[in-house]
Design a binder for this molecule. Sequence first.
Ligand SMILES: [Zn+2]
Length: 280
Amino acid sequence: MTEPSDAALRRAVAPVICYPTGTLPQPDLGLYRTARAGAQKVAEVVVPPRDAAAFEVPAGGFFRITSVEGPQVGDLNLWNAADLSERFYSGKTRALHGTHLTVGDRMWSCFPYLRPMATMVEDTLGWYGADEHGGRVHDVIGTRCDPHTHHLLSGEDYHHCCHSNLTRGFAAATGMPVAEAAGAVHDVLNVFMCTGFTRDTGQYFMKASPVRPGDYLEFFAEIDLLGVLSACPGGDCSSEHSSDTAACFPLLVEVFAAQPGALEGWKSPARNGYSGTHGT
Ligand SMILES: [Zn+2]
């Protein structure tokens, strides 16, 4: 392969941000924090290692995911509790906010809804930033570990990948048959996971999560949510997933309800305003 004579010039073109976020509706984090200060805990669920658990959060509530016994990565799926066809859209969230999420970023829903489902309000790993390998935490690039890719690469069956855990958790929460539930599971937010792309080959990498017991992520629910969280069989994802070899720990999910009147002026975002005619 020969390079054209102007290769350097072509590479030197400055990048343009695909989706400048200046016109995105901004969350009122001050209002959310004030509401959170008076909020009461209403539910909690412990996600067992190598398994998943479901939880519901009413619009205007909060949910917190905490590392409790040891470094552990979680894979999070969200649905609109009132309409399961509306679910988290990892790819568009990445296009809007970047490869990894932190405070102020939203988890957006799929087409045609495309609205904020949840807004991140606390991140005790926010100090991590980017490391020397280009690793960051809480990615929306890694999809989820799954038994199909594992079978493709190893020829073996393993049933406790996040995809299967999320499938069982969603099926149990909704009563949906497993095959249908598997089709509703979608690309995740990788809670606490530390990931990036190698500089030389651009390959997706993971490394030991910096999470420690007591660290947490907290979200404000913009709409009524059904969440399912898997405690990844990779544990802190320092070596491998899709097996029972890694040390795995539970994750705690707590749900908080704001006091009546605490969200004065806030309302659940409307679904996307596009007419839906697609030019027909
Ligand atoms: Zn996983």
